[in-house]
Design a protein around this ligand. Sequence first.
Ligand code: IVH
Length: 703
Amino acid sequence: MTSPAILDRITKLRDELRQHNYRYHVLDDPTVSDAEYDALMRELRELETTHPELITPDSPTQRVGAPPAERFAKVQHPQPMLSLSNAFDRQDLLSWRDRVLRLLGADTKLAFVVEPKIDGLAMAITYEQGRLIHAATRGDGYTGEDVTANVRTVKSVPLVLHPSGPVPQRIEVRGEIYMRIADFERLNEQQAANADKVFANPRNGAAGSLRQLDSTITAGRPLRFFAYGIGPVEGATLNSQHQALEYLRDLGFPVNPDIRRYEDFEEVIAYCEEWMSRRDTLAYEADGVVIKVDSFGQQRELGVVAREPRWATAFKFPAREGTTRLLEIVVNVGRTGKLNPNAILEPFTIGGVTVANATLHNEDYIVSRDIRIGDRVTVKRAGDVIPQVVGPIVGARTGSEQPWHMPEMCPSCGTPVVRHEGEADYFCPNRLCPEQIVRSMEHWVSQGAMDIVGMGERQARQFVEGGMIKDVADLYLLNEDSFAGIEGYGPKRIKNLLDGIAASKDRPLHRLISALGIPNVGSTLALTLSRHFRSLSRLADATEEDLRAIDGIGPHVAQSIARYFAEPDHRDLIEKLKQVGVQTEDTQPAPAPVTDGPLSGKTLVITGTLANMTREQAAERVQQAGGKIGSGVTKKTNYLVVGEEPGGSKYTKAQQLNIPILNEAQLVELLGATATESAPATADPDQSEAAFNQSEDQLKLDL
Ligand code: IVH
């Protein structure tokens, strides 16, 4: 090939790769496979290797990072990067709007642009003649740091602009570099596995990844960019925020799809409130909503005071993180014998809620984050999930902090604890461990399980410690005499309790399966198993292969079920339950499969609590619509339905696999006609039909 031909080919390859890069990283809509992309990249790289004189800084091959810098150079921002005033409620928002109107005149026609406030790192990226020449952090708003080499590695930041109209001579694009929650969690897993620093939150992950002197490290980090504004511009006329965002989109920048423009301020408030309640459904952390007066003319008139523009404000969501002191780590024994380290904290408030305890997951979690007793720690409370200790604030140490290790003996029964190879958790192997019995009893009597009124943790503890019961089957052997000498039990109370216990013998099979507390078997899977096997003995005899053949059961869950029933203790328990008269067969007729429903052939997975139906009712209705409920998210899952307090792992997995995520209202919409036409047979005989129909009306209203 001659030189011009080579240059021609290189230019073509670059253009093509830029297009694919844009489609993949900005539009999320690739038109070629990874392999095809890689082949083009390889060809370009080979040509550039043999002709290094043809390499340009904006070539797609140059996103791999540059040689390490000694330090970041300081850069002056041509226009300061401002901060925002805060609003915490409707009243604050209205006061802000009223001030705007006071300054501009009460009759002024206003429009507002509202955007999720992404918790990342503000960035100013300058392009000259359409090429990225320079990128800087916000710093103190006036002076930032030159991070050009690092920003070049962020795939959603264009190195070359490709507008539909003329290229602006110069433009400074402002936006946020951030990390998606799922990517952040994966990065932290890798970091922990390599004994590297783990990050406290996605923002720290983004900042830590971007501020690397060695930009080849940045290149390996899952950073993304959203453009939300402009600094100085030459060669384009822009009159409003909304127009500027359209323009940025046209230049090839990712612009948040959830941005809206409203003229009615009530809609602005509704948007803020809606995102406050739906923040958990976003793929990234958002700590609020930014509200901007749309017109640039009005923005100029309103001006800036004390580094805060009067034309914008941030509606802040309640905080989810705070810091406090870790006073102690206690170990709780769960019903399966799993030892759970829990943090006892100096009580403090996060977003108005007092927190005094938090989970620490397991020993590896504590050790990999170097969390010590006495440390000042960051604690996170997302949605209504259990608060967790995120990590220590190492800079606040005094030297008196103590590292922690799992105790060698079970804190309840003193049996040496065990940890199976390849697993993170420690277990107390003693089946007669009192704490395990109390916990399994507590689960057995709970509402979704055998639902025994008058029994709870306190009673379970009392009966176990009083020597009245050694396993859940013993409950059914209790009689009046058993309560002799137990404080607080008169004849009436004893009768009520014994009646409650007797009534629980006839609970539907799926409730019994739930009550057993088989690891990885929740109420939805219990229903599937009950439908499939229709008898506890048949389930207990199922092989791993039998279980794996059931839709929605993967190898891990199949193994966990088979292992449970392989334990002689568990087989004995099943025999004993039969002997004491617990119903272990499915006594209801099997429903016919629906082949022409709106969800026929679809598999849905539910995570979290739904507001208007139990999971069992949801499963029932999905089945009536022809669909199936899977227990875990896999490639075959068609939708993930997210309720309140969703489980993180299902959510993360669905995001990774690009599986559509629905909220409850969207599920109801999908259920379509079946939601209103046929009166659903409730899976739960205790749930009165009237109550269920009432919640149906509620659902219809919600739509
Ligand atoms: S506008 C004057 N829009 O919030 C306008 N900022 O206090 C200033 N941020 O660290 C910025 N998302 O990086 C704006 N959609 C958004 C934003 C946003 C996040 C951050 C920004 C800065 C802080 C402003």
